[in-house]
Design a protein around this ligand. Structure first.
Ligand SMILES: Cc1cc2nc3c(=O)[nH]c(=O)nc-3n(C[C@H](O)[C@H](O)[C@H](O)COP(=O)(O)OP(=O)(O)OC[C@H]3O[C@@H](n4cnc5c(N)ncnc54)[C@H](O)[C@@H]3O)c2cc1C
Ligand code: SF4
Length: 479
């Protein structure tokens, strides 16, 4: 029980997450943030006002019982706090590291108005790390078996969250993953210095303990189709969580030059082919002492540019067609990138990539932009400044301007309805698609979004899959 008065709690300063010095961390792949100590966690938890109407919980897409777990942290009962979080979030060590809390629980916190929201993300991370480091993670399969089986396509956060809830309800769950590693973007996209692979592996292992079966190197649509899973393999329902992994390009001349990568390819090589390990022989462009530019303003762009610095680039420039205020990347990632030496060239778009006679990239032609009227996203549209064209030398370019869904699965399941952007049509409150027994959620439905939104969609779908399996009523499969 927190004995401090409201006035005393409001007078306390927010504890900030300790991080490694920028000039040390920018040349290796060790984790940047160091996490709270137990002392810092208790201090920070004591600041919480335990509001009667905890708006922070309303800001969490998976509904973590924030006040309950923070109260336990304040009392020093970290193991119980972990159990509370795990009721709603099966991947807390991951979410504590990568969720945009500033837009979610912390953004909603009443103390945010004074610029001092409770550091909910750092507390979540601390509790999850405490549980793992003290060997307190003991998931067990539920004793009740329903005899129903569900196929989950894709092992990203949407698929993992859906699998967890269904396994806890006693259904047999099999996750099919196209790649040889599990975790989706958590494994192949987000680099080691933000989300160590061992954290992802430890949280996935808990699902295995719950009885979830994983089949890797299994591309659904290439080997089995959705119909095969339902008709031949005998699954009672299917959840599609295949993400949006097809890179978009700006469609300018020179994109095929050697030295121009998509962020997907670049980061997958670093992550899955382990280029982040000292002495690895991953086939990747040697950027040592070279000039690198990354195009884009989201988390992916930030990850790619910070990775290039760690691989030895002499200059690392982030080129973005809008201004800094419009960058969708997490504020913390932008600040960290700047501290580490990334240069920002705002209001600039690519016109062409230039190469030599052997097809190697040598430079780029750039167009200066200015902000015009707001577009459909509400952000001001970038428009070219007439005649403001420059040319710049560059050795490697990474394109990180967004992803679209991979059309493979859709091609083999023509009865699944899609939007004109290639995303799957699924009911937001149930995850139901146009095909009986098939549910979907995460980036394949929303387009590129966030880990926690994908998890929320996975949980929503799990609840209606459970309803469907118990009632066999397709119309009623609502939460
Ligand atoms: C580099 C990068 C950094 C990011 N950083 C952040 C961040 O800091 N915070 C944040 O909240 N969000 C971040 N995001 C976004 C976030 O990772 C995604 O929104 C989230 O992972 C989407 O989850 P998902 O389960 O829908 O799909 P994914 O994570 O994409 O997982 C889909 C999985 O399905 C598999 N798959 C695809 N097709 C098939 C098939 N036919 N058969 C079988 N398996 C298939 C894929 O291999 C993949 O493993 C980042 C994204 C990227 C790319
Ligand atoms: S809104 Fe902020 S202060 Fe209030 S209960 Fe939630 S975390 Fe604590």
């Amino acid at each position: 029980m927190n004995e401090l008065t409201k006035r005393e709690r409001m007078a306390m300063s927010r504890s900030e997450m300790p991080a490694r010095p920028a000039d040390e961390r920018n040349s290796d792949f060790g984790e940047v943030n160091l996490g709270f100590t137990a002392g810092l966690a208790v201090l920070e938890a004591q600041r919480c006002l335990m509001c009667r109407r905890p708006v922070c919980i309303e800001g969490c897409p998976v509904g973590v019982q924030i006040t309950e777990f923070i109260d336990l942290v304040a009392a020093g009962d970290f193991g119980e706090a972990a159990k509370v979080i795990k009721r709603d979030n099966s991947l807390p060590a991951i979410c504590g590291r990568v969720c945009p809390q500033e837009d979610q629980c912390e953004g909603a916190c009443v103390l945010a108005k004074k610029g001092k929201p409770i550091a909910i993300g750092a507390l979540e991370r601390f509790v999850a790390d405490f549980e793992r480091e003290h060997d307190l993670m003991h998931a067990e399969p539920t004793a009740i078996r329903t005899g129903k089986s569900v196929a989950i396509v894709g092992s990203g956060p949407a698929g993992l969250a859906c699998a967890t809830d269904l396994a806890k309800l006693g259904h047999d769950v099999t996750v099919f993953e196209a790649l040889h590693e599990l975790g989706g973007v958590l494994s192949y996209g987000i680099p080691e210095f933000r989300l160590p692979k061992e954290i992802v592996a430890a949280e996935v292992e808990q699902l295995e303990l719950l009885g979830v079966r994983f089949v890797t190197n299994a591309v659904i649509g290439m080997m089995d189709t959705i119909d095969d899973l339902l008709d031949e393999e005998g699954f009672d329902a299917v959840f599609i969580g295949v993400g949006a992994g097809l890179p978009r390009f700006p469609n300018v001349p020179g994109e095929n030059l050697i030295g121009v990568y998509s962020a997907n390819e670049f980061l997958t090589r670093i992550n899955l082919m382990k280029a982040y390990q000292v002495g690895s022989d991953t086939p990747i462009f040697d950027v040592t002492g070279k000039a690198v530019a990354v195009f884009g303003g989201g988390n992916t762009a930030m990850d790619a540019i910070r990775t290039s610095l760690r691989l030895g680039a002499s200059t690392a420039t982030l080129v973005y067609r809008r201004s800094r205020e419009e960058m969708p990347a997490r504020h913390e990632e932008v600040e960290h990138a700047e501290e580490e030496g990334v240069g920002f060239q705002m209001l600039t778009a690519p016109l062409a990539f230039l190469g030599d006679n052997d097809g190697f990239l040598t430079g780029m032609r750039l167009q200066a932009m200015q902000l015009g009227e707001p577009d459909e996203s509400g952000r001001r549209r970038p428009v070219p400044v007439p005649g403001a064209v420059t040319t710049k030398d560059v050795d490697m370019v990474v394109i990180a301007i967004g992803n679209a869904p991979n059309p493979l699965l859709a091609k083999t399941a023509p009865d699944l309805e899609h939007t004109r952007w290639g995303t799957l049509l699924a009911d937001a409150t149930t995850g139901r698609t146009s095909k009986r027994g098939v549910f979907a959620g995460g980036d394949i439905v929303t387009g590129g979004a966030t880990v926690i939104l994908a998890m929320g969609a996975g949980r929503t779908a799990a609840a209606s899959i459970d309803e469907f399996l118990r009632t066999d009523d397709w119309e009623r499969s609502v939460q």
